[in-house]
Design a protein around this ligand. Sequence first.
Ligand SMILES: Cc1ncc(COP(=O)(O)O)c(C=O)c1O
Length: 401
Amino acid sequence: MSPYIDPSTASAVIDLDAFAANIETLRAHVAPAAVMVVVKADAYGHGLLECARAARDAGADWLGVATPGEALALRAAGDRGLLLAWLYGPQEDLTPLLAAEVDVSAQSVDQLDRIAAGARAVGRRARVHLKIDTGLSRNGATAAEWPAICAGARCAEQAGVVEVVGVWSHLASADEPGAVSVGAQQEAFENAYRVALQAGLQPAIRHLANSAGAMIWPETRYDLVRLGIATYGIEPDAGIADLAGISLRPVMRLRAQLVNVKAVATGAGVSYGHTWHAPAPATLGLVPLGYGDGIPRRAGNRAEVGWRGRRAPIRGRVCMDQFVVELVDRQLSAASPVVEVGEEVTLFGPGDHGEPTAAEWAGWCDTIGYEIVTRIGSRVPRVYLRRSASGDSAAAEGEGG
Ligand SMILES: Cc1ncc(COP(=O)(O)O)c(C=O)c1O
């Protein structure tokens, strides 16, 4: 018996046509810059392998991941395209990555030395992107460390073990229109690039922009943009798509069946701690997803789900595997007085049928749309929607883990 929730009971429905359409829209928007689709963290919860394949089909020039494990999973699944991995620890063996022809990021002389050793071990020149910290204060070499890294990389190039193909960095506040840090980071980036050239390197690919940068800061696009959240149809922040003059469609619809329905009397306390009491007789539905599946506990008494084209508010606390919604449907009550177990609710989706979006959930839960979709756990089956291979418009469904 599989440890996952049965897909009829609850699933995250992933619209791969919407994903492809978002990528095509963004590709046209950033041209002539090339596009890397970021599929780390299980493609932001949407499914690594299926999204990677769909991104390549939609014309992604590159894929980007954080960890070596993610990159190797893509290679094991047959992906052979341009692929960059940028986050690994001091103990990790980089040779499998280099053998699999994955581009790697380096931000220190130590990392370069390990990459060079790995390249010697596998007998293949490593393709490296040198990372400069231009102001995020996260990964990347400081300006003080940068000249030594460039010099070390040049030596490794001359030894024939490394090829520096890119210089890159990451923006801190591109989702804030008018943020002064963007210009400052860009200036630091261009200085770093000049230092690299002076060291004798010839990195052909400069990349700085994430979704927000690519969408509303054209000067940050350089040769390649790294697009994550926007490809999944979620704005980096409210209003960014309008500012860019493009429209994106959310790719994930999280839905479930009501697994229980009951009437409670005035005053009934609902869920752990009785943080909500029915002010009048109420009909309650039980949704079989909880914080064990990535539903934020913060959503208790705050968020809503879509039901019968309207909204049903969450009542009481979100539990590990389930939460309770109040079902109020006065308009339909004469025609269908009873709410049936098995009726469908949509926690979030594109919003076409009155359901909330991930962005709305982010507002209720004091977080960002990124976290809402990425946290949806492995117990929730992903069901993939795509047009059939024959090209007609009938949707085909496939399931993934
Ligand atoms: C280094 C790097 N580049 C690009 C991205 C994609 O960012 P976004 O999802 O905002 O497009 C991320 C995501 O966090 C990242 O860590």
